[in-house]
Design a protein around this ligand. Structure first.
Ligand code: SF4
Length: 363
């Protein structure tokens, strides 16, 4: 029963790790979505649904055409449309005549996840083996987040074009292959050394530093954000994103009273503006303006998919925060129709503005 799941930036390695640890090797790895994938999803989707729905639907159709018969997807009782994603996608795919099993994992309910895995994915594993598989997944997710962070830093200042990406691909392959909890934990030290030793970079560079935040799928999936991190790196900008799957799955940090996710600090900072969670990453993104200003970053680029309800709320509050904290913020709405030239022009204009601001402040 070949299994597939949506493409989700470097998280595809994390999902592969989890499924392998659960004893599933019959995987059809999702290919990076392209214009055709987006169009395929858009043709069969409700007109005003948000863009990630269309792209993940397109990926599922491509997976089914390649022989997948089991589809895996996250689910939850979300505050926005995400809660409806898999039930609606399931109906659409059934209407299209595909024969498949849809497996949804509600990441808000660990008990439900274990029950679904026991019943639908790995009936032969016991509880301890399933917990171990998840532990390895969240530990390796820390490593993929770390590699992303290193790429966004080194690619902006590399002196040999392409060298950061070569080292990063080696690192991702290594992460997938790593065995043993001790080796995984040790890699949090060895991976930064690997980037430092194997990449030639301008040691005197003092690049502009920009945080890219927004709705999780558009931030982490390069095919939807038109590789915005790479575009910024290529114009010499050091990028970072606080957006990560870790805050949903990293039980190690969640249970540690001495550790907090960056997003938890941001949520606390955003409380005077949006007191309650309203879906997406609204509170986190608003709080990032305050947090990243304190941490000395130059600006924020906020991404959201077309028709994303929670991020429209963020967008309407950003001007007030940006003015109060003297932190430039640019919101960009993206969908399958977004043109590369228009995006590039807006990025370059925003970066010029940040450079002038830095010059004016004498930094
Ligand atoms: S956060 Fe926005 S884009 Fe993501 S599922 Fe919710 S409404 Fe759609």
């Amino acid at each position: 029963m070949p299994f597939t799941f949506p493409h989700f930036g470097s998280l595809k390695y994390v999902f592969k790790v989890l499924l392998n640890e659960l004893g599933r090797f019959d995987l059809i790895m999702p290919t990076k979505p392209n214009k055709k994938t987006a169009q395929l999803g858009a043709i069969h989707s409700p007109e005003f649904i948000c863009t990630p729905f269309k792209i993940t639907l397109g990926t599922f159709i491509e997976g089914l055409e390649r022989g997948a018969t089991e589809l895996g997807m996250g689910g939850c009782n979300a505050y926005c449309r995400f809660g409806y994603y898999w039930p609606v996608q399931k109906l659409i795919l059934e209407d299209l005549g595909y024969d498949f099993k849809f497996i949804a994992l509600n990441y808000e309910s660990p008990k439900e996840i274990i029950q679904v895995i026991k019943k639908e994915i790995s009936p032969d594993l016991n509880l301890l083996q399933i917990i171990r598989a998840f532990r390895i997944m969240w530990l390796k997710n820390r490593l993929t987040d770390l590699v992303d962070k290193l790429i966004y830093k080194y690619r902006a200042i590399e002196t040999t074009k392409g060298s950061t990406e070569r080292v990063a691909q080696k690192a991702f392959n290594m992460i997938v292959e790593l065995k043993g909890i001790r080796n995984i934990k040790r890699s949090t030290r060895t991976l930064p050394q690997m980037f430092e030793n194997e990449i030639d970079y301008d040691k005197k560079a003092n690049p502009l530093k920009v945080c890219v935040n927004g709705e999780i799928y558009v931030v982490l999936e390069p095919s939807l954000n038109l590789d915005i991190m790479k575009r910024l790196n290529e114009i010499g900008v050091h990028v970072e994103t606080p957006i990560s799957l870790g805050r949903y799955i990293d039980v190690g940090v969640k249970l540690n009273p001495f550790k907090k996710f960056h997003s938890q600090h941001s949520v606390a900072a955003a409380k005077p503006y949006v007191e309650h969670r309203c879906g997406g990453e609204t509170q986190e993104n608003l709080g990032d303006v305050i947090m990243y200003k304190k941490e000395g970053w130059d600006g924020i680029i906020h991404l959201y998919p077309f028709t994303c309800m929670p991020e429209i709320i963020s967008r309407s509050i950003f001007p007030q925060l940006s003015k109060k904290y003297d932190m430039p913020v640019m919101s960009l709405v993206l969908d399958e129709q977004t043109a590369e030239a228009g995006l590039q022009t807006r990025l370059e204009a925003f970066i010029d503005l940040l450079a002038r601001k830095r010059d004016a402040n004498g930094n």
